[in-house]
Write a protein that binds this ligand. Structure first.
Ligand code: BT5
Length: 268
């Protein structure tokens, strides 16, 4: 339920953003999932850059039906509604732009350099600090809108103890954790420039920057869920797929499925 459209000192973020992309930020104390709020808003015709943030999610969603732990006050949990001027075939690039926006936003604000595990896990010290869930809606052949859901762990309490080996938080990597408003502001600004590159048909530029930060590219990987294979990830395809050289020498494009990267998040 919406409690109040703006709290949490979001006013600063709104005022700054309104000068560029007209972000309208709704903050709630508790909700099931900000992706759900955002998607409902999208179905009701809300404009691009409508943002929902929550202190706490009671049914935070991961990919493939998994859940995302999001207790109160431990992380930045938010979703952004985008109506990009892009063909449906480019929808697969948005998760990549979102991961890059998180990594860039954190770098600019704190100097901390994060890696990206394809397609959109943001990692530090081989552990996941941020998960992203993009949900696209199509109208016939065209892309109608995309909900970009971002869960950034700020404090240890964000994730359950059993994920200690795979998850981390900014608190564990920095001497001071920036405020949620500044992080949101920085990530939205980077996301705006990434989406701008895509809309300006400059996706190669975005992908080059992405590849530099992607720990998957150049690594030995295992793909599961759908296509099962192991091989070396050689790069990113034009539509955001992962190009994998399998053991028999063929190059395949992996568009979805779970990818484990040797040495990252517990995969040995
Ligand atoms: C993701 O899924 O990484 C996408 C997470 C997206 C969360 C945001 S929060 C705002 C918005 N609203 C939502 O409802 N969702 C989005 P996936 O790759 O499937 O990872 C899920 C797996 O990560 C779980 O099965 C756990 O193993 C692990 N996990 C759960 N909570 C975590 C946390 N806080 N930090 C790190 N790992 C976590």
């Amino acid at each position: 339920m919406l409690q109040s459209p703006v709290t949490l000192n979001m006013l600063n973020v709104m005022q700054r953003k309104e000068r560029t992309m007209n972000a309208v930020i709704h903050h709630v104390r508790e909700t099931g999932s900000t992706n759900e709020l955002c998607t409902q808003a999208g179905k009701n015709g809300a404009p691009s850059w409508t943002v929902y943030t929550a202190d706490c999610q009671t049914a935070g969603r991961g990919r493939l039906g998994r859940s995302w732990s999001s207790p109160a006050g431990t992380g930045l949990w938010f979703s952004v509604l985008l109506r990009p001027d892009l063909p449906a075939s480019s929808a697969g690039l948005i998760p990549l732009a979102a991961a890059l926006a998180v990594a860039d936003g954190i770098l600019t604000l704190t100097g901390l350099r994060c890696g990206i595990k394809w397609p959109n896990d943001v990692i530090v010290n081989r552990k996941k600090v941020c998960g992203i869930l993009c949900e696209s809606r199509f109208s016939g052949e065209a892309l109608d809108f995309v909900t970009v859901g971002i869960g950034l762990n700020l404090y240890r309490g964000a994730y359950p103890a059993e994920l200690n080996e795979r998850a981390t938080s900014l608190e564990e990597c920095l001497s001071a954790v920036p405020g949620r408003e500044s992080l949101l502001d920085g990530i939205l600004a980077s996301l705006e420039s990434g989406i701008g590159l895509l809309e300006g048909k400059r996706e190669r530029e975005l992908l080059e920057r992405y590849e530099k930060q992607c720990v998957t590219v150049g690594s030995r990987i295992r793909v599961s869920g759908g296509m099962e294979m192991t091989g070396i990830a050689e790069g990113i395809g034009a539509e955001g797929s992962l190009l994998v050289r399998s053991e028999d020498g063929t190059l395949r494009a992996v568009a979805c499925g779970d990818v484990s990267v040797r040495g990252v998040m517990g995969y040995v």
